[in-house]
Ligand binder design. Sequence first.
Ligand SMILES: [Zn+2]
Length: 444
Amino acid sequence: MKLYLDPGHGGSDPGASSNGLTEKEITLDIALRIRTILESLFDGVEVRLSRTGDTTKSLRQRTDEANAWGADFYLSIHINAGGGTGYEDYIYNGLSDSSRTANYQDTIHAEVVKLNQLSDRGQKKANFHVLRETVMDALLSENGFIDNPQDAALMKQAAWRQNVAHGHANGVAKAFNLPSKVNDSPQTRTPETAPSGPLYKVIAGSFQTRANADNRVAFLRSKGIESFVVTAMINGQTWYRVQAGAFSSRANAETRIAEVKRAGIGDAFSDSDGEANGTVRNTNNHTILGPTLLSVEQMNQYAKSNNPSSPELGNFYKTLGEYYGIRGDVAFAQALHETNYFRYTGDVRSGQNNFAGIGATGGGNRGASFGTPEEGVLAHLQHLYAYATTAPLPTDYDLVDPRFHLVQRGSAPTWTELNGKWAVPGDNYGQSILNLYERMVNSV
Ligand SMILES: [Zn+2]
């Protein structure tokens, strides 16, 4: 499949600019990431870019080039402006909703909005040059508003641009049925001369879903570190572990670990063969669903021992946690982590009753507010429920979490799988919550 990938604008045409950002730079960054992800994760795709640097190229030149090359799909990346917020994409307005292009739009749109953290402005049609003058199917995406402070704050984060790129890559891969690259398992990667001593593998993440592991590999690649996914069976569960090298000397493994940590992956570790299972089991399979083990008093006392003016939320976390089948005590630990023990040293203020930073997406954005502390806890647990399971939300309580429908349902059954989702980049987010929870348990 031949993909013509078109980062909008460039050279003497900067596109829109605001908040210290220029459209042509962001579109190029995202497009280059899309190419890297497609080429590293999928087979059967050939990518050509309209530009790979800050060069001037007319719309006519771009569509002529794609047509002459015989591309199968034209994907144009843009950033919006003009006083809105969110994501939208376009196909040519002469096409019907049942056209093949519209089907591609359905698929790509769905994959992009899973990962881009933007409100969804919908699938649209327009008479744009690149959509009209291309002989192949074509789609143009508008990835947030450069003149909206919240959207712009996201654009400044490499992790966000990577997620947007990954959404587009997943969409193209799904639309065109691109096969995943099959990584060798460690058993089949027998070196020509097997080392005699133990092999120290550098593990840069363990995940319960393949997609999260692939994400990590792509992230590391964006930082210049090669890695691949290996599967491991631990306690009857399949884990996808990202391995960034294997070394016969512990010193060399430590050097690689330091590189991985500098790239932002704080929980990288090395194991020699056979030592891995305990580490993975202890850190990564704490599920969000489960019983609340600590008592109301234990939760409230722990909070007050750190901040005497902490509100007494233990009862809400216990009862609502039990109602949704969520670990209310670990959720309580998450609230302590998010609010800095209810000191609110981040963007959220205490009067908002927003104990989980819902909608506080950075750049000073304060996020959602709730009428009462109970409603705030309810929203927190509903948001966790969205991540933890694909089951429908139980209906005794109204849905108060304003971002429930923005969550990819069931995408994070464990606390550590919230990394990069609830918090971006959030490489140690789940581990921090579990560490705090462990301190709660040890203190009572
Ligand atoms: Zn544009």
